[in-house]
Design a protein around this ligand. Structure first.
Ligand SMILES: Cc1cc2nc3c(=O)[nH]c(=O)nc-3n(C[C@H](O)[C@H](O)[C@H](O)COP(=O)(O)OP(=O)(O)OC[C@H]3O[C@@H](n4cnc5c(N)ncnc54)[C@H](O)[C@@H]3O)c2cc1C
Length: 446
């Protein structure tokens, strides 16, 4: 038996906040070897996806190579493959190519995906914002809408410059604010011949307040901040249908748009349905307080992939800080099990929740008691907490803080339309105007 085989083998699926934190902690132990599997070769920093979607940041700014994180860590093997099934009895996972990985311990941390709650047309026509690829696709769609409208201003009447954000939680609120800023500070300068003043951002939520998980003062602050930026709030109204050219609301009205953005909720990643494990709310794996799964020794589920019980009973929220902390905790429990000690229940250190509402507004609810802050102090808290989340992923906190302050100032964003084929808008032969066809023909040299 060689030294490698004598080590306890931990297989981790998912290089997000949870999986990465678990692997980093385990990497410090000489008793363990880790196989870290992710379908991508990068770790994505989800809290800043909306910045990528609104062209304020580039892809490299919010993604880090997973292999680079573990350079110089010989006991961590990184594999870029997609896991399609898990067998929790044997602690084995199977990849799309048919390869299997078996561990003494199996850690499932595959994260989440958009939950459209059966809304008609949403899965086909809406733009979700839960992964790097989705943020890139949305950015390209926004830029395409402006380019098309610039070539044919009549498309503005068909909703070319209407953007409908569905969901008034942190993701939707942050995105609506950033989009309004992008229109106001950048598009007005870059499209001088286009009536950018007709561009409109709508935010729709069936609830009556924005940022539901925050204290009441934050709801009002967020609503005021967005309205000041010109965002049209449609609160207390549901979305009945997302079509390719409009969004139909529950009050019978509809908004013409070619960019309906889904920030309406999430559920566990598809692997959860193929893991042979008990699933609860949001299709997530139900775990015990120590993050193991009843009846399956050596199997853990973490982060957004799991329903993690909380002392108050309602379960911990899907947050990067929860995922990161439970990744570390799991590593400690695994090392305890190897040492013949008992596992301990996960204790979440709640630093609070926060949201940035465009360049000049932020809200934070600090600590377990949700002490409310807004304005520049909340903005500073936002930077501090997100720098902590980023630390350990890469040594670029300084760059991050520099970005944050320049964003707070008025620096020019990155307007690269790099996925034009995927973002193409079919304006429909019947509805295309003569001007548009003539302009398209000129552009293509016909
Ligand atoms: C737009 C947005 C903004 C957010 N803002 C904040 C914020 O401000 N603060 C905060 O604390 N939290 C925020 N969150 C929540 C936070 O990002 C998540 O809670 C956190 O990313 C969850 O971490 P995770 O490791 O469980 O999953 P993820 O980070 O989603 O990682 C899952 C990993 O699993 C991989 N994977 C999935 N399926 C497979 C498979 N079948 N095979 C192989 N690999 C697979 C994925 O590629 C991914 O790398 C935000 C989330 C979003 C979407």
């Amino acid at each position: 038996m060689n030294a490698r085989d004598s080590k306890t083998h931990v297989v981790i699926v998912g290089g997000g906040f949870a999986g990465l934190a678990c692997a980093r902690e385990l990497a410090k132990s000489n008793d363990v070897r880790v196989t870290l599997i992710d379908k991508n070769n990068y770790h994505q920093f989800q809290p800043l996806l909306y910045q990528l979607a609104t062209a304020h940041l580039g892809t490299d700014d919010i993604a880090t190579s997973i292999r680079q994180v573990f350079c110089g860590r010989p006991n961590v093997e990184v594999n870029m493959v997609e896991v399609i099934a898990a067998n929790p009895k044997t602690r084995t996972v199977t990849t799309r190519e048919g390869k299997s990985y078996q561990g003494d311990f199996l850690v499932l941390a595959a994260g989440s995906q958009a939950n459209f709650f059966g809304t008609a047309g949403a899965e086909t026509n809406a733009f979700p914002l839960y992964s790097l690829g989705e943020a890139q696709r949305l950015r390209s769609r926004i830029l395409t809408a402006f380019e098309d409208a610039d070539r044919n201003p009549k498309l503005v009447e068909q909703g070319a410059l209407n953007f409908v954000v569905i969901g008034g939680g942190p993701t939707g609120t942050e995105l609506a604010g950033a989009l309004a800023d992008m229109i106001r500070f950048t598009m007005t300068r870059e499209y001088p011949d286009l009536a950018v003043k007709h561009a409109q951002v709508y935010l729709v939520d069936h609830g009556h307040a924005l940022l539901g998980a925050f204290p009441a003062e934050a709801h009002d602050y967020a609503a005021r901040a967005l309205q000041k930026k010109g965002v049209q709030l449609r609160l207390g109204i549901g979305v009945k249908e997302v079509a390719s050219d409009h969004v139909l609301l529950s009050d019978g009205t509809s908004i013409q748009t070619r960019a309906a953005i889904w920030a309406g909720g999430l559920m566990a990643a598809p692997l959860a349905g193929n893991a042979g494990l008990p699933r609860g709310h949001g299709g997530r794996i139900d775990v015990r307080p120590d993050l193991t799964i009843d009846g399956f020794p050596g199997v853990y589920a973490l982060g957004d992939f799991a329903n993690i019980p909380s002392p108050a009973g309602e379960g911990l929220p899907q947050l990067g800080s929860v995922a990161q902390q439970c990744g570390k905790w799991t590593a400690k429990n695994i090392l305890a099990e190897i040492a013949g000690q008992t596992r301990t229940p996960f204790h979440y250190h709640d630093k609070g929740i926060m949201a940035m509402i465009g360049r000049d507004s932020a809200v934070a609810a600090i600590g377990k008691n949700r002490h409310e802050l807004d304005g520049p102090i909340a903005f500073a808290a936002w930077i501090g907490v997100h720098a902590l989340l980023m630390s350990g992923v890469r040594e670029r906190i300084e760059a991050f803080i520099n970005w944050a302050w320049s964003y707070f100032g008025r620096s020019l964003p990155i307007q690269v339309l790099d996925r034009s084929d995927q973002a193409r808008i079919d304006w429909g032969e019947g509805t295309q105007s003569e001007d548009f066809r003539a302009s398209a023909a000129t552009q293509s040299g016909r």
